[in-house]
Design a protein. Structure first.
Length: 715
């Protein structure tokens, strides 16, 4: 917990001595006063902290969620009474909270639990700390579980119901009233998914307090098997009905299924023209075999204009850019979606964090995107898409600035055509992608060996998502894989096979406490490039007999296809592309002959021209993060990231973990959490010797840290 902060008090004259730390806090508090400081009612006390003891089975955060006695929120996690009001101590509220704690424990199967206020400690004239002591008592376990009424069901459905009941409140498990209720819902869901629209499930529990066990019973009445009936739609407004019916894909006479209704609702929402969709089955009394469906729609705007400005500041670059976007959700009818976007901007060169040198040149950039989506392509819930991008950008590689090197840029035209399809929690997106990148220079001379690069590949992306929320997940898992095949029948300058699977897990440790972890690997199997990476990283030169033109070509293709690690969504103790093989990039020193580069770039050289990122052929990354609330819209995280990029195929090097740990702050916005992380590279668990081809990671004021600022969680 953070410490309370009070301004220095004047006792017998002004304070003559104050530490720098206190002075800094005084300035911070003075600024916060401008935002508003809270005051306490006369004769009342603010609550500094609420602690729990004896609560082995329930976390303190779980208990805190259910009671009204809570600590005063702290501005920036440091100061109470600033911006936020104090939480005021009330004896009678605390007594009712003790009853709430006991009810909470009874709901979790601890029927003999007792709670009492063990201690109310006055920490200051008008501040208290409350400690609530809990005697949990013995747990109540499930001794018997009966399922009545499933004998008429088919054997596979019976087995699924028994499995669901056993998983939730099976014999020997702790009796939890919430789990009991959730199991009832799970059983009913199995029945309605199997066509039993009129199914009823009731639960009964008998608790033997002296012997601490419970007997549970579910009475199941499946009713008659049902089918979908007539589907009516209301709230269309000016929207065409045909594409909405096509997305619903619900047909009279199909077996009734709750899962199908939910999939239909999501498919219509995915059209992008509705703010809300609700499908209401009309369950008759007496039951009818066919269940009519009424679809309620709330249309949103068909046209949308988006405007904004932004900035990027990191150890490599500083830029300022604007955003102009326009969306048309019924382009040429049939609910086709056309999205146009442009991000014009300028790079302030060589301004970067933390030196912030005055810019000597302005490097114009622009990123544009146009995308057309056709819903119901080929079949009801498959979308076809066509995407085109045109970009002009500066290819800045490292925070180690060589002012004599040219500033390279690329003009890039990219296109993609494909389809995507959701099926329950699965998502599939096969596509063909093609891009041509043409080099130029903002400053300096373009290397004569540089030429345009054409990359063409087929990609299959697939994912399986069991998260409770895609933006701020609290529990569940997410797995994905991207498989790419470049060259061959698809043409282009690169021929390779590239695969990158990833898994993410989210474990709730309390109502608002989340443990998140992820792991990913990347494997690249190039057929006509990548031969110079290992030699370059070791010696600063290509293999013997390699011409300069071939060397330049090999490195350039690798920039577009190889793996890199480091940055805000990767290893946060490093800057972008900070981890992986580093070496000589000859087209950043076109004025130097090969002999000059060989002389400069001996192993261990500190010359910036010898320490540029090359990319690698094998990647692994892992992260663990504990996310916790602070106050209001503010939350925090503590994390550790580790990764490596190797120059050879299928080369997993775990002796170079590049471990970085740090702290982060988040602020909730409608678009997701705004995130700031500080990662510290743990001493002894790095590869800092330039002779290994690793390069020199950037520092901030000499400290081995990196700062990441982004929108959305890292994973």
């Amino acid at each position: 917990m953070g410490h309370r902060f009070h301004p220095p008090r004047l006792v017998n004259g002004p304070i003559k001595r104050a530490t720098r730390h206190a002075q800094s806090l005084w300035v911070l508090c003075a600024c916060a006063w401008a935002l508003g400081c809270a005051s306490l009612p006369e004769g009342r006390s603010a609550i500094d902290d609420v602690e729990f003891s004896g609560n082995d089975q329930l976390g303190g955060s779980d208990i805190q969620e259910k009671i009204a006695t809570r600590p005063s929120p702290r501005f920036l996690g440091l100061m109470d009474g600033v911006v936020y009001d104090y939480e005021v101590y009330d004896f009678y509220v605390l007594q009712r909270d003790l009853e709430r704690v006991e009810r909470l424990y009874r709901a979790r199967g601890y029927y003999k639990a007792k709670a009492r206020a063990a201690h109310v400690e006055r920490t200051d004239e008008d501040h208290v700390r409350v400690t609530i002591e809990v005697d949990e008592g013995p747990a109540t376990s499930v001794r018997r579980l009966d399922l009545h009424g499933i004998d008429r069901l088919k054997a596979p459905l019976q087995a699924r119901i028994r499995a669901a009941a056993g998983a939730g409140v099976g014999v020997g498990k702790l009796f939890d009233e919430d789990e009991f209720k959730d199991t009832e819902s799970a059983i009913k869901r199995l029945l309605t998914d199997a066509g039993y629209a009129y199914a009823k499930v009731t639960r009964t529990a008998e608790v033997d307090l002296p012997r601490n066990y419970a007997t549970l019973r579910f009475d199941i009445s499946p009713g008659i098997p049902a089918e979908f009936g007539e589907v009516s739609i209301e709230g269309l407004g000016s929207l065409p009905e045909a594409p909405i019916r096509r997305a619903l894909d619900l047909h009279e006479g199909d077996p009734y299924s709750t899962s199908e209704l939910e999939a239909a609702q999501q498919a219509v929402l995915d059209l992008g023209v509705l703010s809300n969709v609700r499908i209401e089955p009309k369950l008759d009394d007496p039951p009818a075999k066919r269940v009519p469906l009424k679809v309620h729609l709330e249309p949103s705007k068909l046209h949308q204009l988006r405007l904004g400005v932004g900035s990027q500041i990191d150890v490599i670059r500083t830029d300022i850019h604007a955003l102009v976007g326009w969306d048309h959700n019924d382009f040429l009818g049939d609910l086709r979606r056309l999205s146009l976007e442009a991000k014009p901007g300028v790079v302030l060169y060589p301004t970067r964090f933390p030196s912030f040198k005055s810019p000597t040149a302005l490097l114009p950039e622009v990123k544009t995107r146009a995308e057309l989506t056709q819903p119901g392509f080929l079949e009801a819930r498959t979308n076809g898409f066509l995407r085109a991008n045109y970009n002009i950008y500066a290819a800045l590689l490292s925070g180690e600035l060589d002012e004599s090197a040219p500033v390279l840029g690329y003009r890039e035209l990219q296109g993609a055509v494909g389809v995507d399809r959701s099926l329950w929690r699965f998502y599939f997106r096969p596509s063909h992608n093609i891009g041509v990148s043409v080099p130029f220079t903002y400053i300096g001379t373009l290397d004569p060996d540089l030429d345009r690069v054409l990359v063409s590949y087929l990609e299959l992306f697939a994912s399986f998502d069991l998260r409770d929320d895609a933006v701020q997940p609290h529990k569940g898992l997410y797995v994905s894989n991207a498989l790419q095949v470049a060259g061959g029948p698809f043409g282009g300058d690169a021929r390779d096979l590239k695969v990158r699977p990833e898994a993410r897990f989210y474990v709730p440790l309390g109502k608002k406490l989340t443990f998140a972890t992820r792991g990913t690997i990347g494997l690249l199997f190039p057929r006509n490039y990548g031969d110079t990476i290992a030699s370059n990283a070791d010696t600063g030169a290509p293999p013997a007999g390699t011409s300069r033109a071939d060397w330049v070509r090999d490195i350039q293709i690798g920039f577009f296809r190889s793996f890199f690690s480091g940055g805000s969504n990767s290893n946060r103790g490093y800057g972008l592309r900070g981890i992986g093989p580093h070496g000589v990039v000859p087209f950043y020193s076109p004025e130097l002959a090969q002999a000059d580069l060989d002389a400069r770039c001996q192993p261990g050289s500190a010359d910036t021209r010898c320490l540029l990122p090359l990319g690698g052929l094998t990647l692994w990354e892992a992260s663990a993060e504990l996310r916790f609330p602070i106050a209001g819209s503010f939350s925090g995280a503590t994390f550790c990231d580790t990764s490596d990029v190797a120059p050879e195929q299928v080369q997993f090097r775990f002796d170079r973990p590049h471990l970085s740990c740090g702290l982060g702050a988040r602020y909730a916005t409608p678009l997701g959490p705004f995130r700031a992380d500080i990662g510290y590279r743990v001493a002894g668990l790095q590869t800092l010797n330039e002779s290994t081809g690793e390069g020199r990671p950037s520092t901030i004021f000499g400290a081995p840290i990196a700062v990441s600022i982004a929108l959305g969680e890292a994973f």
